[in-house]
Design a protein around this ligand. Structure first.
Ligand SMILES: Nc1ncnc2c1ncn2[C@@H]1O[C@H](COP(=O)(O)OP(=O)(O)OP(=O)(O)O)[C@@H](O)[C@H]1O
Ligand SMILES: [Mg+2]
Length: 416
């Protein structure tokens, strides 16, 4: 039995699916019963053990001594990926850490299927890096190297939105012209594609069914960053005007608001730099909070709270409260629906513009589409759906499997 394994290595969540010759795609439960495995690794310094997914985040939030890594995909294509960092007394590059994560995904897949995959298809965004084809190619190369170092053989790549389209195609009973949108943690990807049961059965090269693909490097982690900078970081001194009538230098706040940069602020040198910012504050309470977050390594905790507030506020339309007692007793922040929409509007406009450009590149008018198919966790964001529906008035928005569709589609695409 030739087994194909599809791995959707996501910025926030990863998923995997497998398929034996000609059979249906089968999603893999990567953590307990859950198909999505948060792309998070925690190196537990107390027991010198490595934890993955929700388990990693839980360990970290419980205050276990160690290091948490999230959003590692965002480092692909940058020189930072090759830098080494010390985890559990061992120097490891971030690329090695990605390899460790992929290896664990394959080990869990192997445990469930009882077989070694003959080939592996990895998803990739339309652009890892915007407007820089060289660095973009380098990013894929870096991911391939990480996969090979993890022992994966016969590795191929497929664009994530095309994989999502092949998954959606499985449920169609007639031909459709569809804009597939995959709004994830790191990127927003689009493809205009002709789908249908007959085309799916015919298989082979589907190149002529794909009318256009576009992507932009904006996703949920950028929304988190923006919301953190607006609603949380001012409590630590972002935009705070000091005794010299100048704002506190902002890099530390940007890093603390950016998932994959947080841990860089915990090193001894970074801590000394943050301490030296004290002279830039006229209200020292704010500086004390900043130092508490850095010294007690609360950055991911805060980022997680902002992310949960984003999701809660979008889903329920209610004001989300962030209780920040772990930074200072009684401290809190909040996020309401109009504020969410307001802060995210410029980013969402760029995402929607990318969707419109994709349709234009396909030579179509928005009204000619049969459906706009939504996948990826951030496609659930209410202000995004509102902006998209406005741009594609009259076209139905169809919600798909938010977290598992790309992985399933990767193995369907592999037969081509
Ligand atoms: N209900 C929701 N509303 C809004 N955003 C959500 C919701 N659920 C999850 N998200 C966001 O979705 C993002 C993760 O989506 P997903 O798992 O599809 O991304 P990914 O595949 O890891 O990223 P990428 O494909 O860009 O590499 C996170 O930023 C998360 O905050
Ligand atoms: Mg994704």
């Amino acid at each position: 039995m030739a087994l194909t394994l599809g791995i959707d290595f996501g910025t926030s969540n990863s998923a995997a699916a497998w398929r034996a010759d000609g059979g249906p795609a089968r999603p893999l439960a990567l953590e307990g019963d859950a198909h999505a495995l948060p792309t998070a690794i925690f190196f537990n310094a107390e027991e010198r053990k490595t934890h993955f997914g929700r388990d990693a985040v839980t360990q970290y939030l419980a205050g276990t001594e160690g290091r948490l890594m999230r959003s590692l995909k965002s480092l692909l294509g940058s020189a930072l990926l090759l830098e080494t960092t010390e985890v559990n007394g061992q120097g490891m590059s971030y690329q090695d850490i990605i390899g460790t994560f992929l290896k664990e995904v394959v080990a869990r897949a192997r445990a469930q299927t009882g077989a070694e995959p003959e080939r592996v298809v990895l998803g990739r965004p339309v652009h890892f890096v915007d407007d820089d084809p060289q660095r973009d190619a380098l990013a894929q190369q870096m991911l391939l190297q990480a996969a090979q170092a993890a022992g994966l053989r016969h590795v191929g790549f497929q664009l994530e939105p095309i994989a999502a389209a092949f998954d959606y195609e499985q449920r169609l009973d007639r031909e459709q012209l569809v804009l597939v949108t995959d709004i994830g943690g790191g990127t927003s990807d689009f493809t205009v594609v002709r789908l249908g049961p007959q085309r799916a059965r015919r298989g082979g090269d589907r190149g002529s069914d794909i009318l256009a693909t576009r992507g932009v490097h904006i996703g949920g982690t950028d929304f988190d960053q923006k919301l953190s900078l607006e609603q949380a970081m001012p409590l630590l001194g972002f935009r705070h005007v000091g005794p010299q009538q100048r704002e506190v230098p902002s890099p530390v706040f940007f890093d603390l608001a950016t998932w994959h940069l947080i841990h860089w602020r915990y090193g001894p040198r970074a801590l000394r730099e943050a301490q030296a910012l004290r002279v830039n504050y006229s209200d020292l309470t704010l500086h004390r909070r900043l130092m508490t977050v850095l010294e007690q390594r609360l950055g991911h905790h805060l980022a997680n709270d902002v992310e949960q507030a984003k999701i809660g506020c979008s889903r329920d339309g209610h004001t989300a409260l962030l209780a920040l007692d772990y930074i200072e007793r009684g401290l809190s922040a909040s996020l309401d629906a109009p504020t969410l929409t307001h802060h995210l509007a410029p980013l969402l406009q760029r995402v929607v513009q990318c969707a419109l450009d994709c349709v234009q590149e396909a030579g179509l008018q928005p009204g000619e589409l049969d459906a706009v198919y939504l996948t990826g966790g951030s496609s659930a964001l209410t202000p995004f759906q509102q902006a998209l529906q406005q741009a594609f008035a009259g076209t139905p928005l169809v919600e798909g499997d938010l977290f598992g569709g790309v992985a399933a589609g990767l193995v369907y695409g592999a037969r081509a």
